[in-house]
Design a protein around this ligand. Structure first.
Ligand code: HEC
Ligand code: HEC
Length: 262
């Protein structure tokens, strides 16, 4: 069904006389790495750090619509138009970002279908020493964490994959392992039209609606119209979300290699 919607939605652009399908370039891991960063920032919260889906978004490796679109020619219009599903907001990306993501998805599909995806990835491929340097230096991880304090034992608490997800995918990180603390909630303060302030735990937010749970557990939905009412979202994981956008694949792998030993 998604495939039908996805492909059908793209017919106009396919028919718009660009002279057939664009050539499919060979796999380029540098391009895929760039795509991974954009993907992590814009798609992973729903489709999962590893592209295999979460409760909020489908597995993109298994999606035939993705496989049939190796250059992302259809992907760009699809995400720009809000996925054809009104609950997924439109995502503005440049053409280069779209083709980078498409390359990243090809690498993920290749990984999964070659059988390499069936074995646990050797994710701790980084350099632990470089990870330590980054942790205490440019990464500024030590401003909030300590490997002797809150992160003590983190290497045995999680699999390497999970651990890496905790670093680069703090939100939408998928099913919690046993004994895993719940994802820290985002909170929201809303200034209503009459000037009164309400606040609570954020449940969902879109350009049109914001839903929160108040301290007594009741759900409320407020309609948004442009900047009104004023909505301020607070996220204790903001630093992670920011750093994940800056981090290179090597830094991410180095951090994982460092923290698995803790
Ligand atoms: C808010 C959650 C959310 C975000 C963010 C999101 N998606 Fe989705 N995506 C979904 C859901 C839910 C579906 C399935 C329903 C649909 O197609 O609308 C989906 C479907 C898709 C499909 C169709 C898969 C198929 O079955 O053919 C593609 C491709 C896709 N997403 C790519 C992306 C990309 C690329 C990004 C980032 C630029 C992204 N999505 C961001 C939730 C999301
Ligand atoms: C501004 C503060 C801040 C910074 C900077 C920060 N983190 Fe975090 N980190 C958090 C918060 C908040 C959590 C969530 C704790 C929870 O789940 O309750 C967290 C969780 C984690 C976890 C999961 C811990 C667990 O036991 O589940 C890991 C691993 C982690 N951070 C690593 C890092 C690394 C590596 C960096 C540097 C790139 C970093 N953090 C930078 C605030 C920060």
């Amino acid at each position: 069904m998604f495939l039908a919607g996805f492909v059908a939605a793209q017919q106009p652009s396919a028919a718009s006389g660009r002279g057939g399908r664009p050539a499919v370039p060979p796999i380029d891991t540098a391009v895929a790495d760039r795509g991974q960063l954009v993907y992590a920032a814009r798609c992973a919260s729903c489709h999962g750090a590893d592209t295999r889906g979460t409760a909020l978004g489908v597995d993109l490796v298994r999606a035939s619509g993705v496989r049939l679109d190796p250059t992302g020619a259809q992907l760009g219009p699809f995400v720009a138009s809000g996925h054809k599903n009104s609950s997924v907001p439109p995502i503005a990306l440049t053409d280069a970002q779209v083709s980078d993501i498409a390359m990243y998805l090809r690498v993920r599909i290749d990984f999964a279908t070659s059988g390499r995806g069936n074995v646990a990835p050797n994710i701790a491929v980084g350099n632990a020493k470089d990870g330590e340097t980054y942790f205490n230096g440019a990464g500024k991880c030590n401003t909030c964490h300590s490997v002797k304090g809150d992160l003590k034992g983190v290497g045995s608490k999680y699999s390497a994959t999970m651990l890496q997800n905790r670093i680069v995918l703090p939100r939408g990180r998928g099913p919690a392992a046993k004994g895993d603390p719940p994802e820290p909630a985002r909170t929201v303060d809303i200034k209503l039209a009459d000037g009164s302030m309400v606040s609570g735990t954020l449940v969902t937010v879109s350009d049109f609606l914001v839903t929160y749970r108040d301290s007594s557990g009741l759900l409320h939905t407020v309609t948004r119209n442009g900047d009104l009412p004023r909505v301020a979202i607070h996220d204790t994981l903001e630093a992670h979300i920011d750093s994940m956008r800056r981090m290179t694949t090597k830094q991410m792998q180095d951090l994982t290699a460092y923290l698995v030993t803790k």
